[in-house]
Design a protein around this ligand. Structure first.
Ligand code: IPE
Ligand code: IPE
Ligand code: MG
Length: 250
């Protein structure tokens, strides 16, 4: 089925966050090592970004490496870091051509120096691009992000730049790595797992979820469109009643 045809252009998710899972299983299925799976994830990233761009989604955030992923075998971690560096360099002309702004969230200081440098260069080079913001969550953990926010807010209180009474949802939001991004509308997770794995806990308070069995290296544009169609068939009530939402739409 071609899902693009079913998309309503008036209800496009503005921010889609993707938990790209299943590279290891995809590789194992064909008797290859896990790193082969990670290498084949790049096409899926390109397809998702192109699909998002085509329908007018303004932000896409990809969970590429979690704080917990540091516990994987060193060989795999090293391969993922090299892949990150090489892909960012290789894709830069494509980002420019498609007007894509690169962004990163996470504990970036824990990345290898070379990865930090490449990332900073690509972010700088694409900072004026406007079609879509592509954010990589790297060494990202939502709990770490919240700890970091609490520390930074506390420092401001100690320095008398902020009072305890002033702390509200907006202040907390402003101290998260995602400060510049719109609200997350849709979360997609590939590979059949139905869990969040420490991704954007605060930010997904009212997001819709799409879980697909497709393993990430097999994920294509049409899989992205399918998630959007499912999103559009949901009624987002934000605590209100169905009748109230219908009145609003009239
Ligand atoms: C997702 O695929 C990529 C990363 C977490 C870096 P996995 O490597 O988790 O693949 P599976 O879940 O083992 O199949
Ligand atoms: C989540 O995938 C992290 C990324 C996609 C980067 P994992 O494969 O690490 O998650 P768990 O451990 O199965 O929950
Ligand atoms: Mg996994």
């Amino acid at each position: 089925m071609n899902y693009l045809e079913q998309i309503n252009p008036n209800n496009i998710p503005q921010h889609v966050a993707i938990i790209m899972d299943g590279n290891g299983r995809w590789a194992k299925k064909q008797g290859m090592n896990r790193i082969f799976g990670h290498r084949n994830a790049l096409t899926s990233i390109r397809e998702s970004v192109a699909a998002a761009s085509d329908i007018g989604t303004k932000a896409i955030t990809l969970y590429a490496f979690s704080t917990e992923n540091w516990n994987r075998p060193k060989l795999e971690v090293d391969a993922l870091m090299s892949l990150l560096i090489n892909s960012l360099k290789k894709e830069l002309p494509g980002f420019q051509e498609n007007n894509i702004k690169i962004n990163a969230i996470g504990c970036l200081e824990s990345l290898p120096t070379k990865a930090q440098k490449t990332l900073a260069d690509v972010i700088e080079a694409t900072k004026n691009n406007t079609t879509l913001t592509l954010t990589f969550a790297l060494s990202y953990g939502s709990r770490e992000e919240i700890v970091n926010a609490v520390k930074n807010i506390s420092k401001k209180i100690v320095n008398n730049e902020l009072s305890v009474e002033e702390i509200d949802e907006k202040i907390i939001n402003n101290h998260l790595y995602t400060v510049s991004l719109p609200e997350v509308d849709l979360v997609i997770r590939s590979s059949g797992e139905q869990r969040i794995s420490n991704f954007l806990l605060w930010q997904i308070a009212y997001a819709e979820f799409h879980f697909t069995k497709v393993l990430w290296p097999d994920f294509r544009k049409n899989d992205f469109y399918k998630a959007v169609v499912e999103y559009q068939n949901r009624e987002r009530r934000f605590g209100k009643t169905s009748e109230q939402i219908e009145d609003l739409n009239e």
